[in-house]
Write a protein that binds this ligand. Sequence first.
Ligand code: SAH
Length: 233
Amino acid sequence: MHIFISEKRKGDTFYITDEELRHLKVRRISKGETIGVIWEGKLYSCVLVDNRKSEALCEIIEEVHVEVPEVHITLYQSVPLELKTFELIVQKSTELGVRKVIPVITGRSFRNKEVLYKKKERWRKVSLEAMKQSGRPYKLEIEDVVDINEIEPVHQVNILLDNFHRGAYISELELKTVKDIGIVVGPEGGFSRQEGGLLRDKGFLSVRLKPHVLRAETAAIVSVGIIVNLAGS
Ligand code: SAH
């Protein structure tokens, strides 16, 4: 089922406009076809009833029940030097039900904040595409970039993914009752000794993934995948 995002609703009719309308036209969806519509955090199956130049109209058939992860994951992701990699992380985080991604500047990450502010719109689009593709009806929040020393352990569980430090393995964590977790992932060159120390002193738990040294994006995706499947049940 093709899914579109609607920003306008009157009664049981959703309006598809602008960028979403362009997608609908490219996919050549015609009247009478069933589509999915995301509206304010919910997914509906709808029938396309009118396809005009400036808007398409569709009527609700029923709400589609979507299971939402019980655990709220916030990913603090050091921005990779290769900026495309951050887009991949945004895409996968969306598919995996992450609630919030916060780009982080560290000693060895991409460091130009001006460039990163301009990327926000691109990341938003990547995330919206991933939402539609995965049938996820709630948005991923992407926050403004922060420095590593601004990160605080405000979550129920606060994890620092660190392959240098001899911390616990992720399989050793008791995740079942976790409802809110923050995960900090380093840049390709890793955290500096001082950065790792600072976060551990603040109360972050150093955690390792098996078996080898992973690329930053692999570490982010794998850790989120493990946590979302094991936590909050
Ligand atoms: N250059 C570093 C590796 C950095 S990998 C080195 O040579 O050791 C980038 C980031 O991914 C790390 O900072 C860490 O947050 C995460 N990471 C990669 N592999 C990991 C592992 N096996 N366990 C935990 N975190 C890992």
